[in-house]
Design a protein around this ligand. Structure first.
Ligand SMILES: *Cc1c(COP(=O)(O)O)cnc(C)c1O
Length: 407
């Protein structure tokens, strides 16, 4: 076992869980889904105790992986950690794509197990399921979350049931099946799949692993914020562009920054959080522009960026709150500009983004053009999955042996 995983030297600093809307408190170390108001639960920590127990220098001596931040995480017993090697993901400078003197950097989350940042969330959620004795879980997914669930659940000996919209990329459906989950294609969208999970809970004995319907996936995604701060010398960029579906990562990162801020670890100001959506499915952008605190269901959602095709997010109010508290904004880009952005990043920087990641670059260009971001500002984009999981443009050229390319 690696050094960082041998043992959690101290018990977790979790004090309780709390309803994201009402603040009502719930006991830790018990199985919880949503709050009484049917809203997501947030994990709260004894941050003073945490600050006394660990400092930035101690942390810097540990291996650079997700468990480096274990005091900020809810797992109580090290033997419950279900790990596939959650590495630190690199920050890659886009010196050709940047708009001016400000840095443009991609945090490349495609390097994680199962090829997407869903590994962070599911690593924590499955570890906590193991700790709490959960044996069967079910989830609706647009692909990557199901793949990460399948992998971590199989490793933990937990049974998993996964429901995907019928047009989910074939590779996702197959990797879910290959990694030992029971998987079905459903003739509908992700919220239709969610209804199947909800309806089967009682009869099948499933624990509902839908986005934000269990409390710990956010804590896993929170490590993106902890890691980014750590990598940036505890001084964050001016803006973070995040492809927003269910919003786990945006909510999680904002939570990370607030926890770090509360213990005085951050230098300088907090970044503006920018929620990027596709114009064929932009409920958060619409709510942001209308000044609403909640989003309405987006009808006939469509986009090539499957990971952000989420017509209704249960954490909508938490996404909107983070965007507004940070003085950020929400922005939509269409599929043509997403694909053009993917093409440009691959050709000019050699980085093959997934469509969701490409959406953040397309949004960056738009925000520079309309003045919402200045070209002197430092910006981080999130590439959340491997570009290899998606269809690429065909390559039709062939050559017979013995001929030259000029023939
Ligand atoms: C899930 C997913 C997203 C959206 O992430 P959330 O944190 O749930 O908003 C974006 N891109 C990809 C590739 C995904 O798999």
């Amino acid at each position: 076992m690696r050094e960082g995983m041998e043992i959690l030297e101290r018990p977790t600093f979790v004090t309780h869980l709390e309803c994201g809307l009402s603040g009502e408190r719930y006991a830790c170390d018990r199985v919880h889904g949503l709050s009484r108001l049917a809203k997501p639960l947030l994990v709260r920590y004894d941050l003073n105790g945490l600050r006394d127990a660990v400092d930035r220098n101690t942390m810097a001596q540990r291996p650079a992986d997700l468990w480096r931040y274990r005091e900020f995480l809810p797992v109580r017993h090290a033997e419950n950690i279900v790990s596939l090697g959650e590495c630190r993901t690199p920050l890659i400078r886009m010196s050709r794509l940047r708009a001016g003197s400000g840095e443009l950097v991609v945090k490349d989350e495609s390097r994680l197990p199962t090829g997407s940042f869903k590994a962070r969330g599911l690593c924590l959620a499955v570890s906590m399921a193991k700790e709490l004795g959960i044996r069967r879980v079910a989830m609706p997914t647009n692909g990557n979350a199901g793949a990460a669930l399948a992998a971590y659940a199989s490793r933990a000996g937990i049974e998993s049931y996964v429901f995907c919209p019928a047009d989910t990329p074939e590779i996702n459906v197959r990797e879910i099946a290959a990694q030992g989950a029971h998987v079905w294609r459903v003739n509908g969208l992700i919220h239709d799949c969610g209804r199947i999970v909800g309806a089967g809970k009682e009869a099948e004995g499933w624990f509902d692993f839908s986005t934000l319907k269990e409390p710990y996936r956010i804590e896993g995604k929170k490590t993106m914020g902890l890691e980014l701060a750590d990598q940036c010398g505890w001084s964050l960029p001016d803006a973070i562009f995040y492809p927003t579906g269910g919003g786990t990562g945006l909510i999680g990162m904002w939570k990370a920054f607030q926890e770090l801020d509360a213990i005085g670890w951050l230098e300088g100001k907090l970044p503006r959080m920018v929620a990027v959506q596709a114009s064929g499915c932009a409920p958060i952008v619409k709510a942001f522009e209308e000044g609403s605190e909640q989003a309405e269901l987006w009808p006939s959602a469509h986009t090539v960026a499957f990971g952000i095709r989420v017509p209704a997010a249960i954490g909508d109010f938490l996404i909107l709150r983070a965007v507004r508290e940070s003085n950020g904004f929400a922005i939509a880009v269409d599929d043509a500009s997403i694909l053009a952005a993917r093409d440009e990043a691959a050709r000019r920087e050699g980085l093959l983004l997934c469509p969701e990641g490409a959406a953040t670059y397309a949004a960056y260009r738009r925000a520079i053009a309309d003045g919402r971001v200045r070209s002197s500002e430092n910006v981080v984009l999130f590439n959340c999955a491997s570009g290899l999981k998606y269809d690429l443009p065909p390559m039709p050229r062939t050559l017979d042996p013995g001929r030259t390319i000029g023939d």
